[in-house]
Write a protein that binds this ligand. Sequence first.
Ligand code: WTA
Length: 655
Amino acid sequence: MSSQIDHLLSETRRFAPSADFADAAVGAADLYERAAADREGFWADQARELHWHTPFTQGLDWSNPPFATWFADGELNVAYNCLDRHVEAGHGDRIALLWEGENGDERRVSYAELTDEVKRVANVLQGLGVGAGDRVAIYLPMIPEAVAAMLAVARIGAIHSVVFGGFSADSLRARIDDAGAKLVITADGGYRKGKVSALKPAVDMALADRNGSGVQETVEHVLVVRRGGNDVEWQDGRDLWWHETVPDASPDHEAEGFPAENPLFILYTSGTTGKPKGILHTSGGYLTQAAFTNRVVHDIHPETDVYWCTADIGWITGHTYVTYGPLANGATQVLYEGTPDTPHPGRWWEVIEKYGVTVFYTAPTAIRSFMKIGREVPQKFDLSSLRLLGSVGEPINPEAWMWYRTIIGDETAPIVDTWWQTETGAIMISALPGVTETKPGSAQVPLPGITVDVVDDAGEPVGHGNGGLLVITEPWPSMLRGIWGDPERYKETYWDKFADKGYYFAGDGARLDDDGDVWLLGRVDDVMNVSGHRLSTAEIESALVGNEAVAEAAVVGASDETTGQAVVAFVIIKQSFLKAHPAEGLASTLRGWVGEQIGPIARPRDIYIVGELPKTRSGKIMRRLLRDVAEGREVGDTTTLADTMVMSTISAQVK
Ligand code: WTA
């Protein structure tokens, strides 16, 4: 790892923006000066770009750390900011969503149409008894209704919890229960990899009779969008079709102002324990930073740009850079339903050519998989409309960065590598495309108004050239406000480590180079990053031991050329199970099991059946050693193991 880092840090290539790009860019160098001179005043200026029903007089309140508030005495309506105000400003005919279904279906939705739809949905939700503070689970494919559903929930001051459509019924149920959702919005199914993938059955399973389970059912209704056309089971009284209720609802709905700290959404993400954390975001500060960062990092010119962020709305990137940021800015964006390679490997490039996409935001894992297929595929399409490229979700290696620049960006489009997290709500570290000389592989500089450092375990800055832990040293507007229902876990996870300094601990390793640019070095905890998705080793281990065959399991993230990291599991099978069943095919059965328990993204790439696991004398599994095996390396220092022979046995078994 360390030689790889030194190699990265000796990267000397620099790419300045062209004079034309810099001249026209939204974000200019003076933003840094303004923010440095008066950080809170700077954020208040950004917040005033939004429409406030009641203007705020307060900025940051940090009197009760780590619980922050921003603009707390102001009132706004998030949906009004994303919709009505653009219509009222005369932009109702501007296209908000250029939707492309995987099967080739198309819909163009203008700001006026989206506003109308959201008003109707808001009326439907209120008619179903959903009001401010209630939780609504959204389990939908990438269709315009997904965006409309989020905004309708926001419009009435309720709280959405979007669950990625690739999650299993069990994962969905856990999220519905934790949030106590009153309503679920789903679809019959959506197109994925050339066929309809059903969604409603997972909802039905999640809500199946719970008599005796001790869990009180909170869900009263399920609102179902028809998209896949697949047959679904129906529970009269509980289930409602979107197309039978929304069009009949009134298109009049006045947007009420809600306090800036009114919760906007809960989004579950993996932590270091088995139970996903419900990250809580609120309204005013979140929308301020979402809109600001989208404007200056993605350089949004709403009259001319066609923006495309490829993230699913089930992840934070989809929340901030599909729904809230671009719509708050009145941008026109592509929304694509399916997978990148269906029906052919050039599908994304075809979409870029078709809609004339100018700003494109995607993940390194996608770029690496396109690299593997070869440049011939994108080169069949006209990508000349692209003027800015972005990357998010994991470190982008310089090779992938250069390929992105050369093959996709025609050596002219700046690349912004954006570091942030579900918890930070919006981009924190990134180049400004019209200002910064970009550097392949580095996320570079904190944005104006954001302060970060790289410190040692005691919270002392490590200085240039040394590795350490990334911290955020001052509160920011779109910061998480807590973990749903668990303030203790919020403190413990993010703030206890540097409690005396008041720093936010991000969980990422980082290094500053001689210019002070930030290089991200991956997670320092037991969180894996697979294709830009966060997965917890503990969560997958607990799914594995939930199988009747498994006695013990240890999971590690092993580096993988395409996906960044891959899930590798080491499993001990129960002797009693082996007596009654053949060992054959067990690894693939268990892989499928994890897929059912959590979702296909969590399926281990490799499952090794072993006789023992490496443990310290106190019984802690030494994942570092398993990672050595999984990555095909010489096994490191084993002297702290209770039984030093274990690793040679495991290595032999894996071979
Ligand atoms: C990683 C996704 C390096 C990091 C927005 C972080 C990155 C985790 C980058 C958050 C980047 C995200 N360079 N690493 N540009 N962006 N990460 O919550 O480890 O899904 O802690 O948010 O992804 O993942 P999350």
